[in-house]
Write a protein that binds this ligand. Structure first.
Ligand SMILES: [Zn+2]
Length: 304
């Protein structure tokens, strides 16, 4: 990679700075990148967007903050959930409480938020009952499931089978700091690694899975290679570790039909690196909006 390309890619992948400047209306003439500086926000506006990986929390102002970012970056819909914290038991009381917060938010902003539920298969019966409750409330899949139980653990089987019947996606957190060399010590033993996704997608080829945040700290080259042939695993591009060239690499191994735009609360980076990637207009449209909307279409919940 030459220096000019390096500068361009690093600038746009960490393009929080770039987009903030652009939002403030400052001149960006000194930067070189594929999208002309002055027209960057016009380009951002041009694309409809579904954020496949969004969260709201119990913190005061959380909802307003998410909506403010979404407004600035012209994100039409946010797939919101509140994951169970790592290293907690993830009791039914906890997941119901989190899901109640999501229900409250989706009811308050039905034109922006689409609700996704969290569960813990260690409490299988309660989780299956919770699916019914959340579907009745208008949710359309799982939000970010966490590391209480591995995605390919048999405890998940009846839950995945239920989502196959519902034609809805199952979204699972992926590990942080996992490399080909060594699993980060802070990760609990039940963390789902790419091979676990490969395993469960082979077992249930008719299910749809979302592999969370390749920008979340995993060795993304390794993850993309591992998931190359798992045709029912979608890969979301969110996360705060946006290395230059990540999307281009993912395009090569995962392809334009299985990549999902997402922010995981890193909004400027999430939108910015979509413009540093070497994508055509048609590919950007798919990744920003159409791919996720086609997932929603299977259960009749797509955005018009
Ligand atoms: Zn996560």
């Amino acid at each position: 990679m030459n220096r000019r390309k390096f500068l361009r890619d690093t600038t746009l992948s960490g393009s929080g700075i770039l987009l903030s400047q652009s939002l403030r209306g400052e001149s960006l003439q000194s930067l070189t990148h594929p999208v002309k500086s002055a027209s960057l926000m016009d380009n951002v506006k041009k694309y409809r967007k579904i954020d496949s990986h969004a969260h709201v929390t119990f913190a005061e102002g959380s909802t307003a903050t998410q909506l403010d970012f979404a407004d600035r970056l012209h994100i039409d819909r946010l797939m919101i959930s509140l994951n169970l914290s790592p290293h907690t038991k993830g009791t039914p009381e906890q997941f119901k409480e989190n899901n109640d917060l999501i229900i409250k938010n989706m009811k308050a902003h039905p034109d922006r938020f689409i609700g996704m539920m969290v569960l813990n298969p260690a409490y299988q019966k309660e989780s299956l009952e919770e699916i019914d409750r959340c579907i009745d409330a208008g949710m359309v899949g799982t939000g970010e499931l966490y590391n209480q139980i591995k995605i390919n653990d048999p405890l998940y089987y009846p839950i995945i089978e239920k989502f196959i019947d519902l034609k809805m996606i199952v979204h699972m957190h992926s590990t942080i700091g996992y490399s080909r060399v060594k699993l980060n010590e802070r990760e609990p033993k039940n963390i789902s690694i790419p091979e676990d996704f490969v395993d469960i997608s082979n077992r249930y080829p008719e299910a749809m899975f979302q592999f969370a945040h390749i920008g979340g700290g995993i060795d993304w080259e390794y993850a993309c290679k591992a998931l190359k042939d798992s045709h029912n695993v979608y890969v979301d591009l969110s996360g705060s570790n946006n290395a230059g060239g990540m999307i281009d690499f993912a395009m090569k191994y995962i392809g334009e039909d299985r990549l999902l735009f997402g922010c995981d609360s890193g909004y400027y980076q999430g939108v910015g690196h979509m413009f540093s990637a070497n994508l055509t207009d048609a590919q950007r449209k798919k990744i920003f909006f159409d791919n996720y909307n086609n997932i929603l279409r299977k259960s009749g919940n797509h955005v018009d």
